[in-house]
Design a binder for this molecule. Structure first.
Ligand code: ATP
Length: 269
């Protein structure tokens, strides 16, 4: 496997708290990886170290064969690792189209993956193409603050993609999205990212999303990876069920399926 992202012996401590403990992983190009774990398990710490927001206490991170440990976030973004946050980072008073134009302008001025500065007409054409790819073109002239949550999320991810990253890290892409909308949104996002050949790592608490969209699960517990396996295997792993899924909304169903609880034992509330 040619790894696009490798972490070796990664540790992070905050005083007495160990937020990452001896993390060793290699992610291949085009992989879709789901990062799961209860609150405080170390998911964000891991994402923050990969994106340069935190410097590991020890260990190394390699991206595309190059050591990126401790580089500044902007530098890492320029190399090709972008992220999108749980709360959409869009300009609320600007239209959808203008948000994309701003993101393209920033990418150009920072010399991100786009090789030469785009002329205005080219930039506009590119913004329209991205809006079509993420199926939000019909909202083109709508102000971001008036958008439904799911559309705002799509806009946010589309904006993260203007820099043409090789790796995209997403933080709970369906958080705050209705149950009816979540699969529709993920279908759009995942097919667009697949077309672009992007490697995706995303933090997710919704096990239905994990099961449906990821090829590999990294389960965190107390800063350690306790399971690294495809979802069919990871989601019936007793340790994952005990330390990760138990408290999640679909916990009871998952326990029953793994034979760890009798059917209809009760709700998870
Ligand atoms: N800046 C910090 N200073 C001190 N402790 C921190 C800091 N950031 C994280 N921690 C601690 O590190 C541990 C891991 O936190 P982290 O935010 O990575 O977990 P998480 O899995 O992302 O949780 P959540 O799902 O709630 O976002 C927790 O015990 C947390 O309190």
């Amino acid at each position: 496997m040619t790894a696009i992202l490798e972490a070796s012996g990664l540790n992070k401590t905050f005083g007495a708290v160990t937020a990452a403990k001896d993390i060793n992983i290699a992610v291949a190009r085009d992989e879709i990886v789901g990062i799961i774990g209860a609150n405080g398990a170390g998911k964000t710490t891991f994402v923050n170290m990969v994106t340069g927001w935190l410097t590991p206490t020890s260990g190394a991170i390699r991206f595309d064969g190059r050591d990126i440990t401790g580089l500044a976030p902007r530098r890492i973004t320029r190399l090709g690792i972008c992220r999108s946050f749980q709360v959409a980072q869009v300009f609320m008073t600007a239209t959808v189209f203008d948000n994309l134009m701003i993101a393209l302008g920033i990418a150009d001025s920072h010399g991100l993956a786009v090789l030469k500065p785009l002329r205005l007409a080219e930039r506009e054409a590119r913004a329209d193409a991205i809006l079509r790819r993420y199926r939000i073109h019909e909202y083109r002239d709508q102000v971001a603050s008036t958008l439904p949550q799911g559309i705002r999320k799509l806009l946010d991810i589309a904006m993260a993609m203007v820099a043409e990253p090789k790796i995209l890290l997403l933080d709970e892409p369906t958080s705050g999205i209705s149950v009816e909308e979540k699969f529709g949104l993920m279908d759009i996002v995942m097919s667009a990212l697949k077309e672009d050949g992007v490697t995706v790592l995303f933090v997710e608490h919704d096990m239905e999303i994990v099961e449906r969209y990821v090829g590999r699960v990294l389960a965190f517990y107390q800063g350690e990876i306790i399971c690294d396996a495809p979802p069919a295997q990871a989601l019936i792993d007793p340790k994952v069920i005990e330390f990760v899924i138990g408290d999640e909304p679909q916990g009871q169903a998952m326990r029953e399926r793994a034979g760890l609880a009798p059917a209809g034992e009760g709700s998870d509330a």
